[in-house]
Design a protein around this ligand. Structure first.
Ligand code: SF4
Length: 265
């Protein structure tokens, strides 16, 4: 942990007006969509700028090629045909996750929704568009991070994952994280946060404060975790306060990773 991040641990943050923060307009995709004068993908210039700068990971034992191959093997030989819990009966696609197998930053949500189940890709649809914009706001592309969920199959009706489903699917997430070994994990919402941090404390209290992964897998103990709101929640409560808090959390991550937030265009 850097000196800066250690100051952030257990630091209670003040919510700021999102409009006052640099880069914050990237988090207003649906307001932008109403204005044809404004670009829908405003951070494309930033993506290009950051493309040559891979994010650092911790304790790497595998090369990027070995990580890619290990993840592909896990997906093809186990996850894609998994029937370990009843969710396999109602799924259309398994949603393994996608992105850079050697990413320094991993986003973890709770489970696929209808759009994800239909496409087999994580975080598509409206919540996915918002997450994409959040990632762009940090000066990154989706391809530079890894995005996945605790559950790889959709819980019917987008309900929260049941404990037995999480237990059945848990090992897949842990093995993904053991292979990738990111420097920072951003947990999106309560189920991802509480399960990964092994706590009953809610997202409202945890978000904005650096946490560390408990010893839940080989080489994973101590990895920095920034809990923040799930994009679906942000869409449901699309207020300046909620967006400002989420943006504040992401800014702490960019600071930890040494990223430069793109300037407004
Ligand atoms: S949710 Fe996980 S454990 Fe359940 S069937 Fe899908 S991949 Fe298997």
């Amino acid at each position: 942990m850097t000196q800066d991040s250690s100051k952030l641990v257990n630091n209670v943050r003040r919510p700021l007006a999102i409009e006052s923060l640099p880069g914050s307009d990237w988090l207003l995709p649906f307001e932008r969509n109403k204005n044809p004068q404004l670009p829908l993908q405003p951070a494309e210039h930033a993506s290009t700028a950051m493309a040559a700068a891979p994010l650092p990971t911790v304790g790497d034992t595998l090369s990027p090629e070995e990580k890619a191959s290990a993840l592909a093997r896990l997906n093809q030989s186990e996850v894609s045909s998994c029937q370990k819990c009843p969710l396999h009966q109602t799924r259309n696609h398994v949603v393994f996750g996608e992105g850079d197998p050697a990413a320094g930053l991993v986003f973890v949500g709770e489970g696929p929704g209808a759009d994800e189940d239909a496409t087999g890709k994580p975080f598509v649809g409206r919540a996915g568009e918002l997450l994409t914009n959040m990632i762009h706001a940090m000066g990154l592309d989706r391809q530079q991070v890894f995005i996945c969920n605790i559950l790889k199959c959709r819980p019917p009706g987008n309900r929260n994952p049941a404990p037995e489903e999480v237990r059945a699917c848990w090992n897949y997430l842990i093995r993904q994280l053991e292979i990738i070994r990111p420097r920072v994990i951003v947990t999106l919402g309560n189920p991802a946060t509480q399960n990964l941090l092994q706590t009953q404390v809610g997202i409202t209290k945890l978000r904005g404060n650096w946490q560390q992964l408990p010893d839940i897998g080989k080489g994973l103990a101590g990895i920095l975790v920034m809990p923040t709101f799930h994009p679906s929640y942000i869409l449901r409560r699309y207020t300046p306060e909620i967006r400002g808090k989420a943006w504040f959390d992401l800014q702490a991550v960019t600071q930890e990773l040494g990223l430069t937030i793109p300037k407004k265009i």
